[in-house]
Design a protein around this ligand. Structure first.
Ligand code: FAD
Ligand code: NAI
Length: 463
């Protein structure tokens, strides 16, 4: 006889584990299936957390070597120990994944170990045992997009997973794809001494970001030693004992070239992952990009089966998946769970950081919306000067006439933390003036947010 639960969540990433915990809080009998040896999904095991651990270690090293002299601090020879850095990363990951195990126990969520496979629309198989549930939630996440002619071996040609595990700093790292993964992990290895070349198909990096921010971001990374080959496509890769020879050519036509690398990082996006789930047995439909098709409340075309996170449409971000997990659990309990897709922040954890929420200038132009821009540079912010972190600026976009906040974009120190205030403002339907009239502590970086909001009305005080 099949064991029965109220809710079975398939996948324990930020979408799945949060949905499971919230459903358990609401009184459901919940199980979460995970085939990986540890909980937490891509994010905790091979994504957000290990990448931020290495970003932190490499930034600390870089700051020690390059940033201390100006503060009057002289240090002797500074060396890094990559094995220790990697071990620390492992400890950070393990603390987080064990934390989810603890939370499952605390909330009485049963972890079903193994890969889930639908055997019908009302039953799954996990490790040879049958399970039924009133509600199934597909939260199986995503995987790296492959590229024809560039065979990943996770040693010489790596995805983000291999790039997080390198035991030696590559002399020459070539990154295919000028997106978030390429620039974050490129930064890790650049700071530790690698020559980093980014080959990007488009004529700009980070295509989803506000164009002006992207441009400044590229200039900043170039100053840090990145080389960019924009408007190029990779046509093949040959691996030998010595390294990799990449064949590239201009995307719009032109002479082919080669690039030599010790390691190649393939980071051209991620795709919805449903392999092995046997969606056909359940009759669950996917779209042209393999994402599980869902309605407004995460329901699939099959009653009782839902989907959330990277496996459905929308930005592939951990916090987006989490919000969907909570909203769905609350809906299943008859509550009014809801996600505001207009106010989901995005952060690139390079240094300086890049953060954004809401519309970009390009999006507003395309929609024919009239807007005003308020900008304030960190160069004019007292705290940023004291920190020696004056690169970048805050930019707010507000509707012309109503002053309603439509978007905000920051490149600068701690941009990822600063964006929270503007996300809250956007969520509450605030105007730029609302933000400008809030008292901000002095001296803080957040005063640059206030000043940018003031600048939207032409009345910034400190510039
Ligand atoms: P996932 O986290 O992918 O979890 C899905 C889980 O389902 C996996 O553990 C998988 O093993 C399991 N699974 C799949 N099929 C089955 C099956 N049949 N049976 C049982 N289990 C199954 N996002 C951010 O917001 N901030 C960041 O800083 C950030 N950094 C990132 C860095 C990297 C290098 C990468 C690769 C991603 C990063 N992301 C970041 C994206 C983030 O990791 C994802 O958006 C997030 O993990 C999606 O959560 P999810 O729950 O939808 O799926
Ligand atoms: P991405 O979508 O951010 O960037 C991929 C880049 O590759 C784009 O600029 C695209 O134009 C380019 N590209 C596509 N095909 C190409 C080709 N054949 N040759 C050269 N360039 C090509 O994808 P990425 O960096 O792989 O990250 C995947 C996702 O993971 C992100 O979209 C994001 O959702 C998530 N992520 C989030 C992070 C964060 O929030 N800080 C960190 C890392 C990942």
């Amino acid at each position: 006889m099949a064991e029965n639960f109220d809710v079975i969540v398939i996948g324990s990433g930020p979408g799945g584990y949060v949905c499971a915990i919230r459903a358990a809080q609401l009184g459901f009998k919940v199980a979460c299936v995970e085939k990986r040896a540890t909980l937490g999904g891509t994010c905790l095991n091979i994504g957000c957390i290990p990448s931020k651990a290495l970003l932190q270690s490499s930034e600390t090293y870089h700051q020690t070597v390059h940033g201390l002299k100006d503060h009057g601090i002289n240090v002797g020879e500074v060396k890094f120990d990559l094995a220790r850095m990697q071990a620390r990363k492992g400890e950070v990951v393990s603390a987080n994944t064990k934390g989810i195990e603890f939370l499952f126990k605390k909330n009485k969520v049963t972890w079903l170990k193994g890969a889930a496979k639908f055997t019908s629309s009302t039953e799954i198989d996990v490790a040879g045992k049958a399970y039924t549930a009133k509600h199934f939630v597909i939260a199986t996440g995503s995987d790296s997009v492959p590229l024809k002619g560039v065979e990943v071996d996770e040693k010489r040609i790596v995805t983000s997973t291999g790039a997080l595990e390198l035991d030696k700093v590559p002399g020459r790292l070539v990154v295919i794809g000028g997106g978030v993964i390429g620039l974050e992990l490129g930064s890790v290895w650049r700071r530790l001494g690698a020559e980093v070349t980014v080959v990007e198909f488009l004529d700009r990096i980070t295509p989803g970001l506000d164009g002006e921010i992207s441009k400044v971001f590229q200039q900043t990374l170039t100053k840090q030693g990145f080389t960019f080959k924009l408007g190029y496509k990779v046509t093949g890769a040959k691996t030998s004992d010595k390294g990799v020879t990449l064949s590239i050519e201009p995307a719009k036509g032109g002479a082919a070239e080669t690039l030599e690398a010790d390691v190649v990082l393939l980071a051209i996006g991620r795709y919805a992952y449903t392999a092995g789930l046997n969606l056909a047995a359940a009759g669950v439909e996917t779209d042209e990009r393999g994402r599980v098709k869902t309605g407004a409340h995460y329901e699939t075309n099959v009653p009782g089966i839902y989907a959330i996170g990277d496996v459905i449409v929308g930005p592939m971000l951990a916090h987006k998946a989490e919000e969907e997990g909570v909203a769905l659990a609350e809906r299943l309990a008859g509550q009014a769970g809801h996600v505001n897709y207009g106010a989901i922040p995005g952060v690139v954890y390079t240094w300086p950081e890049v953060a954004s929420v809401g519309a970009t200038e390009e999006e507003l132009k395309a929609q024919g919306i009239q807007y005003v821009v308020g900008k304030f540079p960190f160069m004019a912010n007292g705290r940023a000067r004291a920190m020696g972190e004056t690169e970048g600026f805050v930019k707010v976009l507000a509707e012309k006439g109503t002053d309603k906040l439509l978007g905000a974009h920051i490149i600068g120190p701690d941009a990822g933390t600063l964006i929270a205030e503007l996300t809250t403002a956007l969520e509450f339907g605030a105007s730029a003036e609302d933000v400008a009239r809030v008292c901000h502590a002095h001296p803080t970086l957040s005063e640059a947010v206030k000043e940018a909001a003031l600048a939207a009305d032409g009345r910034a005080l400190h510039i």
